[in-house]
Design a protein around this ligand. Structure first.
Ligand code: ATP
Ligand code: MG
Length: 441
């Protein structure tokens, strides 16, 4: 039987890895200038970190990979999202006691959800996310959105828009939930099983229903705005004003409630409107949460965060024709022209590498012609030839591919000569050719 990856998972192959490296590098740059530091939490947690009380979300109820090992009664869950683990860690390490609040963090890594795989929806996918915990200020909500927005803009994405809504504070949300229950009271029995569960657990989530959305009862739903108290409304208006100040275009979407129960006040989704994205169009999404830190045993402080699906981000780039990272070229390829020259070739390759040149050599005893094909295929800038003559004379033969200029130099002068070649190229192209990844910029 052939072995295959589990459904909904994906290998990221060496030929595609430079896309990921480019994204990761940009993530580090953007979080660096915003002053956010990385946090790495475990890939599995105790199940109760994710499953908190009577949570109504699909993710918690249907999509979690939960397991108990035979010799233990501890239930563990592969993390389906980043926020809960970060909040657990924030409390466990008493970060609320650090002198500088709020604490600004980011994470990058895989998440696992047992969902039906389709384009833009996998069972293992990667998220870049941010969490800012320990202050509640509408402009902090704006700051986090601005980080994500400037990141996707820097990639060149244009078909993006911010959808935003508020769920208000606890009092506003309670009033709204009551209004929704009243609204759906007579029709709930004819609605889908999920909606019936949501009706009991958290009627807000009915607004998210994809099954019942065409029904008449879904058309004239009470509006959250009408149940916001003054404070919640003022908070939301300040968020909107902040977005305007930074020139971030938004659309208020009164139906937006987001999938997780812990949100309060601001919720948002940044979506691609490009047609090729289909229904998996949300690139990043998040909101403010008030009760989570307390749930984990910390003080009553607020946080805000979002998570970006990196596979979806790549799809959004593809949809807009944006090319991410190229496979890096070789600086030097060492051609080993006889089996006896192998040791010397290895020494030369090692010297080139020690000097910072991306280099490789032949290990297959291939013909000169075959080795030269590798020089072409890997876009090497120089070829270093080592045969019987070179071995006898303690020299190497260097060929610059662009100019076809060839010279024989003493082994001891190898790095000086190569430095010279690359400096000359740098002057003529304005690029630093000795580090392929810098050249991509
Ligand atoms: P959706 O409505 O698409 O299921 P969600 O509300 O479950 O999304 P979040 O939990 O907010 O998503 O996760 C944030 C982001 O992570 C999403 O906007 C998306 O880009 C990405 N994401 C979520 N689930 C998946 C998945 N199964 N495969 C790939 N990316 C995902
Ligand atoms: Mg989902």
């Amino acid at each position: 039987m052939a072995y295959q990856m589990p459904r909904g998972t994906q290998d990221i192959l060496p030929k595609d890895i430079s896309k990921w490296h480019q994204l990761e590098e940009m993530i580090r740059q953007f979080t660096y200038v915003y002053g956010y530091d990385e946090i790495r939490t475990p890939i599995f947690e105790h199940t109760n970190v994710f499953k908190r009380g009577n949570d109504s979300s699909d993710m918690v109820n249907k999509e979690m990979y939960t397991f108990t090992l035979d010799n233990s009664s501890t239930s563990l869950t592969l993390r389906p999202e980043g926020t809960a683990g970060v909040c657990r860690s924030f409390v466990e390490h008493k970060m609320f006691g650090e002198p500088d609040q709020p604490v600004k963090m980011y994470y990058v890594g895989p998440q696992c959800r047992h969902e039906r795989p389709q384009k833009g929806r996998q069972r293992i996918f990667h998220q870049f996310g941010v969490e800012v915990i320990g202050a509640k200020h509408p402009l902090l909500d704006v700051e986090t959105i601005s980080l994500g927005w400037s990141f996707v803009s820097a990639l060149g994405l244009k078909d993006m828009k911010v959808l935003i809504n508020t769920l208000g504070d606890d009092a506003s949300r309670d009033a709204y939930r009551a209004a929704l229950k009243e609204h759906f009271k007579n029709d709930i029995d004819s609605m889908c099983a999920d909606c019936r569960r949501r009706y009991e657990q958290n009627p807000l989530r009915i607004l998210d229903c994809k099954v019942d959305k065409e029904k008449e009862i879904m058309q004239n739903i009470p509006k959250m705005q009408d149940y916001l108290n003054e404070e919640s409304n003022a908070y939301f208006q300040q968020v909107l004003r902040g977005l305007e100040e930074l020139g971030i275009p938004y659309e208020v979407d009164e139906r937006l409630v987001r999938g997780l129960d812990y949100y309060t006040h601001t919720v948002f989704e940044v979506v691609s409107v490009n047609k090729e994205m289909g229904s998996q169009s949300t690139v990043f999404a998040g909101g403010r949460y008030d009760g989570l830190i307390e749930y984990f045993g910390g003080p009553s402080i607020s946080g805000i965060g979002w998570a970006m699906g990196l596979e979806r981000l790549i799809l959004a780039c593809e949809a807009e024709g944006i090319e991410l990272g190229e496979e890096p070229a070789l600086d030097a390829y060492v051609l080993c022209l006889s089996p006896q020259a192998a040791l010397m070739s290895l020494r030369v390759t090692t010297q080139l590498r020690a000097a910072g040149y991306r280099s490789d050599m032949d290990y297959l005893n291939r013909s000169f012609k075959a080795q030269f094909k590798t020089v072409d295929r890997r876009h090497a800038k120089i070829a270093v030839l080592i045969g019987e003559t070179e071995m006898e004379q303690g020299t190497v033969n260097i060929k610059e591919i662009a100019t076809q200029v060839q010279q024989t130099v003493a082994m001891d002068d190898l790095i000086d000569v190569v430095d010279h070649i690359f400096e000359a190229e740098e002057e003529s192209t304005g690029h630093c050719a000795c580090h392929a990844h810098e050249e991509e910029e």
